[in-house]
Design a binder for this molecule. Structure first.
Ligand code: GLU
Length: 446
């Protein structure tokens, strides 16, 4: 398995990806990483009305943001000729047959079956019609949709997430592969692509489990070895509702634009609903080493967006300066390692660094309480004048301690408030050094 592993992520570009879609993308990407395989992005854009270039672009950017490299990019809309070629072959073999029922007629049949206590399986009227009957229907202006003739047998597969699975296709209707207007439903193009692109593993949401039996039959009919399947549980909102593009579930685009760390999204999307603890993981590589598809739970997993912030803060706190230097300077922060080390424990998002930078740069509104006025005056008079460095704070507060008898919070807090305008924040030695003597004097003067 180590050599030729090929996986694909196959979204339709009809909306922005949400965190549940990210889960599918990541499971594929991590699997490819682990097995040194290839990751194919396949845009299922045969629905020309709802597919939009804008969404396709956002999907690519989302994957890039998550750190997922695309080894191959394919668009179904560019492959219609190939699908037609295979469809013609299946028609010639009698595996794809025309059906002329309207939606109302099919609905009526199902209702009649229900009334008789029969399962709603298509009765194959179309399969048994003669050429003359078909021609007559066409002359009345009817156009066929096309169904795949199932063998009707027990199809088994060993699912990477769910273990042994079996589906009896004799309990299923022959699936419609081509609509009346000649457009393809998702099934046939997907299978043809999986075959043509050498996809070895299909990892997707469990909403596709029920399609897998018929899909395996179609793979076999086309003379191909079916890929290995893995169907993972789905993410739901806190009240158990499915995430959906159409309902505007939190999009990856909005997360990325909000300045979230991609690994916060990736860690949560991957680890929630598995036997692993949800924890911040710093890279996809580490996540790939940690994670296995058989650790995915069977039950749907509740996803709490507020966990993203907690994970994000933990990731940011652990980031070394070299990993953030460029991004900080893009925010206009002229940071060095000591600045970063001083503030990183105080921020949730990297962009919060800007707030501390602005506090250092000023202007700020110093806060000097009435009963600290004399103390701050003394502090100002005793501000060391030379060797302005990170030891200055210690030397200064040492002098003040001796002169005023203040200690602990009473010694430090008034200084912090006068110098930063806030009663909390990073370690003062670095802040004071960064503020500089002149500005410190000004702030102590109110
Ligand atoms: N376009 C399909 C979907 O998003 C792909 C399903 C599959 O992975 O086979 O549901």
């Amino acid at each position: 398995m180590t050599q030729n592993t090929v996986v694909r992520f196959a979204p339709s570009p009809t909306g922005y990806l949400h965190i549940g879609n990210a889960r599918t993308a990541l499971f594929n990407a991590l699997f490819a990483l682990k097995h040194h395989g290839q990751f194919v992005l396949r845009l299922d854009d045969t629905d020309t009305v709802r597919s939009k270039e804008e969404f396709a672009e956002a999907i690519k950017q989302d994957l890039q943001w998550l750190g997922i490299g695309i080894d191959r990019l394919e668009k179904q809309s560019a492959r219609l000729e190939r699908y037609n070629e295979v469809a013609e072959k299946l028609k010639a073999e009698g595996r794809l047959y025309p059906c002329y029922e309207t939606a109302e007629e099919l609905d009526y049949k199902r209702k009649r079956q229900a009334a008789r206590g029969q399962p709603p399986i298509y009765d194959r009227t179309g399969l048994h019609q003669s050429q003359a009957e078909r021609e007559k229907l066409e002359s009345e202006g009817r156009k066929p949709h096309w169904r795949f003739k199932l063998d009707g047998k027990s199809v088994i597969w060993n699912d990477l997430c769910r273990g042994d699975q079996s589906v009896d296709t004799s309990s299923q209707s022959d699936p419609v592969l081509i609509r009346e207007d000649g457009s393809y439903l998702y099934t046939l193009p997907s299978i043809i692509d999986d075959i043509d692109f050498g996809v070895t593993h299909v990892i997707r949401g469990e909403d596709h489990v029920s399609n897998t039996g018929t899909q395996i039959e179609i793979f076999e009919t086309l003379g191909a070895k079916p890929p290995v399947f893995g169907h993972h549980n789905l993410l739901t909102t806190a009240d158990g509702e499915g995430l959906s593009k159409r309902k505007g579930a939190l999009s990856l685009k909005s997360l990325r634009e909000s300045g979230l760390e991609p690994m916060a999204a990736a860690s949560l999307a991957t680890l929630v609903g598995t036997s692993h603890a949800v924890q911040p993981v710093a890279s996809l590589k580490t996540l790939a080493e940690l994670f296995d598809l058989d650790s995915v739970s069977r039950a749907p997993a509740k996803f709490d967006p507020s966990e993203l912030n907690t994970l994000n803060a933990k990731l940011v706190h652990d980031m070394p300066f070299k990993d953030v230097a460029e991004r900080l300077s893009a925010f206009g922060i002229d940071a060095d390692e000591t600045f970063w080390d001083a503030i990183r424990g105080n921020i949730e998002k990297l962009s919060d660094a800007l707030m501390w930078w602005q506090i250092i740069q000023g202007p700020i509104e110093p806060v000097i309480d009435e009963d600290d006025k004399d103390y701050i005056m003394t502090a100002k008079d005793n501000l060391p004048s030379d060797h302005w460095n990170e030891e200055t704070w210690g030397i200064w507060t040492g002098i003040l301690k001796e002169k005023t008898g203040r200690k602990g919070k009473k010694l430090f807090m008034p200084l912090r408030k006068a110098l930063t305008g806030l009663s909390y924040g990073p370690e003062m030695p670095v802040i004071l050094k960064r503020i500089g003597r002149q500005e410190a004097l000004a702030r102590l003067s109110g």
